[in-house]
Design a protein around this ligand. Structure first.
Ligand code: NAD
Length: 340
């Protein structure tokens, strides 16, 4: 365990259990160099404890990188709550988790993530103020979409010679909370949209409301387009899928799009510009972090707009160094976090 922590340069790992409610929680604090650690809490079943701990550590490290490059005075953390097969009271379990967070005196701030909802955050908020994305704080997804939109414009500027999106062909995989809000903005900018989703109802809505063209889930990644926008699950870019892409750039919201770090080099070798996922999708984090600090919407929107600038800088570095933007982003984040 300590080797794993050392490898990820993890600051601290906190474990707690509460027999009365069935809580078994892991809080990984990757770094608090730039500020208190902020990151979502997952509530999922895991095959064993060590895979839950690995997940928490890996995700906490990702949050540090994301916060650092988003220019937030925030460190990276993540919590994993191991979902029991049966729970008597979900509310009581999340309240117990709230007490665990409170015991850390603000070193970790939690938020909604896979398997949790704003209602769960409301239960946590009964016990601690170190929680965001409650019902009152609001859904971060539209802000993630706004940031991705700014990132797509920066990507078009760098790869296609201009940020006027009118007439560009954009293929979106996944029309969920982020993907659909983004599709609305892109349609308003005059983009020709190609869309797919496992949920046929979402696709139908985009066809009717936004004039999008339906593409099967199997064909979306190989659709000829200017920009491919993954907004579904992670891991969509692997050696096989990258060899079959027909796009000039990939710029989407999905977390962990690259199946491995080497895939970024393969994209680069094919001349496909890749917007590092944790940079372009940081709008949600920016929203929850600034909202938690009591910032008003205009200040949050101004901060979101910087995502485009940050990507432009990363693309310029990448071009100068002939490296993938993903490698450049990692190096920049590591400099901010470790000074190396
Ligand atoms: P969501 O669950 O609301 O939507 C995901 C959509 O993708 C669903 O409609 C699902 O049916 C579809 N989908 C999944 N796999 C697909 C496939 N193979 N082909 C076509 N469609 C597929 O999730 P979301 O909140 O919109 O988030 C989308 C992605 O962005 C996720 O990877 C998430 O981790 C990431 N992200 C979200 C936020 C946020 O603020 N919500 C912030 C940062 C990153």
């Amino acid at each position: 365990m300590f080797a794993m922590m050392e490898n990820a340069r993890l600051e601290a790992l906190h474990l707690a259990q509460d027999t009365a409610t069935g809580l078994r929680a892991i809080i990984a604090i990757h770094s608090s160099k730039l500020g208190p650690a902020l990151g979502g809490c997952r509530y999922l079943a895991y095959p064993d404890d060590s895979s839950a701990i690995c997940d928490a550590i890996r995700l906490a490290q990702g949050m540090s990188y994301k916060a650092a490059l988003a220019g937030l005075a925030q460190g990276g953390g993540k919590a994993v709550l191991i979902r029991p097969p049966h729970v008597q009271s979900r509310a009581a379990l999340f309240e117990a988790f709230g007490r665990m967070i409170e015991s850390l005196n603000g070193r970790y701030i939690t938020a909604m993530d896979s398997g949790t909802s704003s209602a769960d955050m409301d239960c946590i908020a009964q016990q601690t103020r170190h929680v965001t994305s409650t019902t009152a704080a609001g859904d971060p997804s539209p802000h993630t979409a706004m940031g991705v939109y700014a990132g797509i414009r920066a990507t078009a500027r760098a790869r296609l010679g201009g940020d006027d999106l009118q007439g560009l062909r954009v293929a979106i995989q996944g029309l969920g909370n982020v993907g659909y809000a983004l599709a609305q903005q892109l349609a308003a900018a005059g983009v020709e949209l190609f869309v797919s989703d496992l949920d046929v109802g979402r696709v139908q809505l985009a066809v009717e409301e936004l004039g999008a063209q339906r593409v099967s889930n199997e064909e979306l990644l190989t659709t000829p387009c200017d920009i491919l926008v993954p907004c579904g699950l992670g891991g969509v870019l692997n050696p096989q899928t990258v060899s079959e892409l027909h796009c000039a750039a990939v710029a989407g919201a999905a977390n962990n799009q690259l199946a491995s770090a080497e895939v970024a080099d393969e994209l680069e070798a094919r001349g496909i510009l890749y917007a590092p996922d944790y940079v372009i999708n940081s709008g949600g984090l920016i929203y929850v972090a600034l909202k938690h600090r009591g910032e008003e919407l205009p200040a949050i929107t101004a901060h979101l707009a910087k995502i485009g600038q940050r990507l432009t800088e990363i693309y310029a570095h990448a071009q100068a160094d002939k490296r993938s933007p993903a490698r450049v982003a990692d190096a920049l984040a590591e400099r901010l976090l470790y000074g190396s």
